[in-house]
Write a protein of this length. Sequence first.
Length: 225
Amino acid sequence: MGPILSHVTTVLLLRHGRSTANAQGVLAGRNDSELDETGRDQALDLGNRLADVPLDVLVSSPQLRARQTAAMAATGRAEAVVNDAFAECDYGDWSGAALSELATEPAWEIVQWQPSAAQFPQGETMAQMAHRATHGVRELVREHPDGFVWIVTHGDIIKAIVADALGMHLDHFQRLVVDTASVTVITYAPRRSFVERLNDTGPIRLARKPDDKGSDAVVGGRAAQ
């Protein structure tokens, strides 16, 4: 008996292009930081890389850099729906500070090695961030069975969602790398999620109807597509 095909939602997690804060080595947090020239080029290139990928719903973080990236990557195809579940982590008093200065803070070690216990001063915990982001994804999956959902958001948000999809404890999520304008793809089947791509910066081609993505993994591995 072949695999039982069921509703499968494909989620593309797109990190925004490079912002002025990224270029300056500053932790922007929820402060507005627009795309710089490189970031705008990245966002336009992202649209070219995704030109052949289906798009049913486009979701964006409320931060300016994400909204700009969403508009440039999906020009003429869809308008972004802002969703607070994918807002940047609220870094509180750390927002706007240079990363080189933050690296000297005692709490930096907790963020690096035990993020599940990290509490940003006057901000949220990393666990709270992960909770809202992963639940936000699952709500979209329920709302868009068999759909292609693009989410333009931030590095830590994407890492938290990937960690959840892999069954990885949040304390290990700093092992993941998510570059600006990268594409991460997760398919959500009824009983399990599949991480298809991580931190991909090359051309992306995804089929509208996956051939064998029920909840069962393919024994021996899937054939190349």
